[in-house]
Design a protein around this ligand. Structure first.
Ligand code: ZN
Length: 166
């Protein structure tokens, strides 16, 4: 990795951290909302724009989830961990983080299974250095699955769990 220019490389997905794949943001200002009290409190006020968010009913009240995934990838020379935000993760999952979160609520093993589904996928990724100096992982700014038979994880999951679409 030279300088701060984005780098494009081919890699294989080694593993996806399925324990913490998304976070909640205010849909008005997109600032991160606290996630820890989701079971004990029904709502939270965005401290940035004072928008009222109802944790139990995100659709109607204006909080939403975005993907944030830690992914181990192998290039031809090394294995390392990158961070994948919403736009890139959607390519692999084929749905929004909210849709995936809802799916995982009714199918608790879905996150683990999604990781397994995506393991071994060959991707062309563009990586950039995080602008935030505290961030420790390179960030995936774009991702292109290279296998012509690639299917987003949600499609395989729906098939595995027998969920009909539409
Ligand atoms: Zn807000």
């Amino acid at each position: 990795m030279e300088g701060d220019k984005p780098t494009t490389l081919m890699c294989t997905v080694v593993a996806i951290d399925h324990t913490n794949f998304s976070y909640r943001v205010c849909s008005v200002c997109e600032k991160t909302l606290p996630d820890n009290n989701i079971n004990s409190s029904s709502s939270s006020l965005c401290k940035y724009c004072c928008h009222f968010n109802n944790a139990f009913n995100p659709g109607s009240s204006g909080s939403k989830r975005l993907f944030r995934l830690l992914v181990s990838i192998a290039s031809d020379t090394k294995v390392f961990v990158v961070i994948m935000f919403d736009r890139a993760a959607r390519v692999l999952f084929g749905c929004s983080a909210d849709e995936f979160f809802d799916f995982a609520k009714s199918h608790p093993s879905a996150a683990v299974t999604a990781g397994k589904i995506l393991e071994g996928e060959i991707l062309r990724v563009t990586l950039s250095k995080p602008k935030n100096g505290n961030a420790q992982h390179l960030r995936v700014v774009s991702v292109v699955p290279l296998w012509s038979g690639f299917r987003p994880a949600i499609e395989t999951l729906r098939e595995l769990y027998g969920v009909r679409v539409g």
